[in-house]
Ligand binder design. Structure first.
Ligand code: NA7
Length: 534
């Protein structure tokens, strides 16, 4: 039974993942008529869709959670250092029940169009179920990595076996027992799924285009004494993250990798390798800004791959080259490299021998046909802008957001875009979201937008629109801070590089979560500079 969508709202929230659920809770508490519309048949966002074997967060569980409720923090116990998808999804369901969110969520309904009505000073939303909703404000909580990207390889329709994308995994799972499986893609999703599939399948062929840098997760049961102690000072703990460049607790070294001796480098990297996790990126202050410094870390990891993979030829193929360490998202792995020591696993370098087509019986590369029963696409997402531009958004004068962003997304603070009043993005392009602990960013965005809506209400204001010049200045600032790093050098989804034809623009804000928070707070304190309010 579908929960009906009210036809008139103060705030329409699109998406029922971490962002949308918190926006609903927060705005409802403030007394707004707010409702969430979600395309999927259940809540959870990416954690609903990414059910592939091995799916796990690359942020620690004690950080990857909400902080808005002390009771919630006290009553929820994580079990692992890095939470697996089923546990995160249980957490999300727990939150929805705990705060009675479901009554204001309509599932199985996709918002297809948003049209600004200047006369009425509000949006009209349309859905694929025929709803028409009038809302004063719209919050897009549609996710950063929610539109699965399936490459246009000829012949997919002819494939006789089953095929799946990691980001759209069937609810009942996939049984690989006795199957010959192919996995295309070796980013975070592929690297997580490959060891799990290899254990089940009769044979696994991994099609790799780019070798990604991966470091051990060193996942383990969460130390419950540590977690309990953390709960007693969680507010302070989280406050530190809010003011940290990455929204985390990563210790940032002040030392240059170029000043360290080879012995020091080795000892430092070794310590990080053994601890596991992505903190190795901050082992020296210049790893992400100086190519020569970066190369020290890259060489260390290459050496590790050579140690872990028995066949030297396979090891060479798995070794990342030609782009800096950590500039494509650093992958956390669990038994990934060792998987290539198994007899039933084969690595195909599709840069050397490109995939020509998919046949009914498998995948044909320039070299030969690889017979397959099942094909898995771990090929990533149309990140950051994909879900926003899937909706036909028409702002002032009928202008289309797709057209406005044709050469890349343009936002003010990652939250809003000129010409589209009363429309807010949670963790949008131009915000630090994907380069931070995204839960810290999501909470900040939702709280900032909620306060903004409170400000409008208290002052009898109905319309809020970002100023175009301020937006241009923000875009310039986002580019400027990115250009001071090596990030734009990696061909990553941060740049849209994984989607053919997508404009190459570095989308996340790398200026730091703490700095971003201060900028947003100043904008609010000054009466929302850069916004036209009326
Ligand atoms: P990613 O990180 O975008 O990885 C996708 C992978 O798929 C990557 O190795 C791509 O190679 C590969 N790919 C994409 N298209 C093709 C084609 N046409 N042929 C061969 N290989 C292809 O996505 P993930 O899902 O792993 O992770 C996304 C984020 O989710 C992750 O960073 C975490 O934040 C959570 P490429 O590197 O582009 O050469």
């Amino acid at each position: 039974e579908r929960t009906p969508v009210p036809s008139r709202l103060d705030v329409l929230v699109v998406g029922a993942g971490f962002s949308g659920l918190y926006a609903l809770h927060r705005l409802r508490e403030l007394g707004h008529a707010v409702h969430v519309v979600e395309a999927a048949d259940d809540i959870g966002g990416v954690w609903h869709h990414n059910r592939y074997p091995g799916a796990r967060c690359d942020i620690e569980s004690v950080d990857y959670c909400y902080s808005f409720s002390d009771e919630l923090i006290r009553e929820w116990d994580w079990t692992e250092r890095y939470p697996a998808q089923p546990e995160i999804l249980r957490y999300i369901h727990h939150v929805a029940d705990r705060f009675d969110l479901r009554r204001d969520i309509t599932l199985g309904t996709r918002v297809t169009a948003l049209t600004w009505d200047e006369g009425a000073v509000r949006w009209t939303a349309r859905t694929d179920r025929g709803d028409e909703i009038a809302a004063d404000h719209v919050i897009m909580a549609t996710g950063q990595l929610s539109v699965a990207q399936i490459p246009a390889i000829p012949g997919l329709d002819d494939f006789a076996g089953g095929w799946y994308h990691t980001g759209n995994w069937p609810r009942d799972g996939v049984d690989f027992t006795g199957r010959r499986v192919g996995v295309i893609g070796t980013g975070s999703s592929g690297v997580q799924a490959i060891p799990q599939i290899a254990r089940q399948a009769a044979h696994l062929t991994v099609f790799q285009r780019t070798a990604h840098f991966a470091v051990p997760a060193r996942n383990r049961p969460l130390d419950q004494a540590y977690a309990a102690a953390l709960k007693t000072r969680f507010a302070e703990y989280r406050e530190q993250a809010r003011n940290h460049p990455g929204g985390t607790h990563r210790v940032l070294s002040r030392q240059s990798a170029l000043e360290a001796t080879p012995e020091e480098l080795r000892a430092t990297f070794e310590r990080h390798w053994n601890n596991g996790g992505p903190d190795i990126l901050a082992a020296y202050r210049d790893l992400i800004s100086d190519r020569a410094a970066n190369e020290k870390a890259a060489e260390y990891v290459r050496g590790k791959i050579r140690e872990l993979v028995r066949d030297p030829e396979v090891a060479e193929r798995l070794i990342p080259r030609g782009y800096p360490f950590g500039t494509k998202r650093l992958v956390l792995e669990i038994g990934y490299y060792e998987t290539f020591n198994r007899d039933n696993v084969e690595l195909v370098d599709v840069r050397a021998t490109p995939i020509e087509r998919i046949t009914p019986a498998g995948v044909r590369t320039g070299e030969r046909e690889h017979p397959l029963d099942t094909l898995v696409f771990a090929t990533g997402f149309d990140a950051l802008t994909g879900a926003l531009l899937k909706v036909d958004i028409r702002g002032v004068g009928g202008a289309s957001l797709r057209e406005k962003w044709a050469a890349g997304p343009r936002t003010y603070l990652g939250i809003s875009t000129a010409g589209f009043p009363n429309l807010f993005f949670i963790a949008g392009p131009g915000s630090p979201s994907v380069l931070s602990n995204v839960l810290v960013s999501i909470e900040q965005h939702v709280e900032w937008v909620s306060e903004h809506l409170e400000h409008l209400r208290k002052n009898g204001l109905r319309r809020s629109e970002a100023d175009l010049e301020r937006e241009d200045a923000w875009v310039a600032h986002v580019n400027e801070v990115a250009a001071a790093t090596l990030y734009p050098v990696g061909n990553s989804w941060y740049l849209g590089a994984n989607v053919p034809g997508k404009p190459r623009v570095f989308m996340p804000y790398v200026g730091g979560v703490g700095r971003y928070r201060r900028i947003c707070a100043e904008v609010a304190a000054d009466g929302y500079t850069g916004f036209h309010l009326s």
